[in-house]
Ligand binder design. Structure first.
Ligand code: HGY
Ligand code: MN
Ligand code: MN
Length: 413
């Protein structure tokens, strides 16, 4: 059975990490920026060197296809994303894309002909940081997100996803989705503390928790910071501060799994001596249980109304995205566990706290994920790091499961 080439995988990861590399050792490669383009171009050029056919679809997803014996068969697809958070880490997403490329490299080295084609994919805009929502490219591919709506999404500077993809020359022609996929597999760092804490090499991912995103606008009234007496103020930022602590409390009331984050705050006019007239909040809410997550949503609406009345401000709350909790295909989960065990890697079943493209792929084909530990469980942070041995182990399991799914017809050795 073929083996991952540790040096080649680790070199590719460090090459890729230079693109958008930051002083603190992380990466900043926001979706459809010049840095994202450079990373995409590098991935595509490496895949071309492996004689893969490259196709780009209408939302910019990149597929690198290695033909199989029967190219009419649905492919086994492996991958993740190359875009990052503004202060992202060098493994979030890039690891899954380059582990997928390493699988293709190993198949080529071994002269293995698989029954099915094998494809490595880099999904567009998994992070949803510049253009909400997250997992946009895989969401459109799977048919859950509307292509036109996704392409018309604008960033804070009013640039649309469509114009941004055009600008980096990744507005592809291929129709999004509308083709059958046999299996989707994604290798990813856990981005949480469990595997490291338990000194376990492989996380056999059972599914992904539910996610809801909200935009909140709070409308007060601008006024002069000097002459305006405190009781006469309609300060949108004070009202927002009151609300933010109550949003934290919603998660605490649903401990240990409830999560709420206010990740973005926009203040208008954002001038020291003007009482803030308007505040915009971006909220991320998560829970593994769909029922609890909808209760948390109702609680958010209730505290928002209460704050609005008490503070005498106007405003609204808008849910912009809902990603229901996802359960991965049991057989594929079992296959990952079996291969990890065969390789004598320690492994344990785990649910993902982070969203992934596998969430949308699970809606259209048998899907599962392979986690590896990351230092202190830290991610969406420039200090994100993972051990070489774990990076190699995760890619090895990916190779083994991909081969099992793609059908191993022959091997030189
Ligand atoms: O938000 C997430 O969980 C993912 O990192 N996009
Ligand atoms: Mn990711
Ligand atoms: Mn991420």
């Amino acid at each position: 059975m073929p083996h991952i080439d540790p040096k080649r995988l680790l070199n590719s990861l460090s090459e890729m990490a230079k693109i958008g590399g930051t002083q603190k050792g992380g990466v900043c490669r926001l979706a459809a920026t010049a840095e994202d383009k450079t990373a995409r171009d590098l991935f595509a050029s490496w895949a071309k060197t492996e004689n893969c056919e490259i196709s780009i679809d209408q939302i910019g997803n990149i597929f690198a296809r290695r033909p199989g014996k029967n190219n009419n068969l649905a492919p086994v697809v492996l991958g993740s994303h190359l875009d990052s958070q503004p202060t992202g880490g060098k493994f979030d997403g890039a690891y899954g894309v380059l582990a997928a490329l390493e699988v293709i490299r190993c198949l080529n080295d071994s002269g293995i002909e698989t029954g099915r084609p094998v494809e490595a994919v880099s999904w567009t805009n998994e992070e949803g940081s510049r253009f909400p929502p997250a997992m946009m490219g895989s969401g459109v591919f799977s048919g859950s997100l509307n292509l036109e709506k996704a392409l018309s999404t604008q960033d804070i500077n009013g640039i649309s996803m469509s114009d941004a993809l055009d600008a980096i020359n990744y507005a592809g022609e291929h129709l999004c989705g509308n083709r059958t996929i046999h299996t989707y597999l994604e290798a990813h760092i856990e981005q949480g503390p469990i595997l490291e804490r338990e000194n376990t090499t492989i996380g056999v991912v059972l599914g992904i928790q539910g996610i809801r995103w909200f935009d909140i606008i709070i409308q007060g009234r601008e006024a002069h910071a000097g002459p305006t007496p405190m009781p006469a103020r309609n300060d949108a930022l004070i009202a927002a501060s009151d609300l933010i602590l109550q949003i934290e409390d919603i998660a605490l009331q649903h401990a240990p799994d409830g999560r709420t984050t206010v990740g973005t705050v926009g203040i208008h006019p954002n001038s020291r001596n003007v009482i803030p007239g308007q505040v915009k909040l971006g909220i991320d809410m998560r829970h593994p249980d769909a029922g609890v997550l909808s209760t948390m949503k109702k609680e958010l609406q209730a505290v928002f109304e209460k704050m609005r009345k008490e503070r005498g401000v106007k405003g609204n709350i808008d849910e912009i995205w809902y990603s229901p909790p996802t359960i991965f295909d049991a057989e594929t989960v079992d296959a990952i566990e079996a291969m990890a065990t065969l390789r004598q890697y320690t492994c344990r079943r785990i649910t993902s706290g982070a969203g992934h493209d596998a969430k949308y792929m699970a809606d259209i084909c048998p899907t599962a994920m392979i986690f590896i530990p990351c230092d202190e469980g830290l991610s969406h942070n420039e200090a994100e790091n993972a051990k070489d041995a774990h990076l190699v182990a995760g890619a090895q399991v990916l190779l083994d499961v991909a081969l099992a799914r793609a059908g191993l017809l022959n091997a030189d050795r």
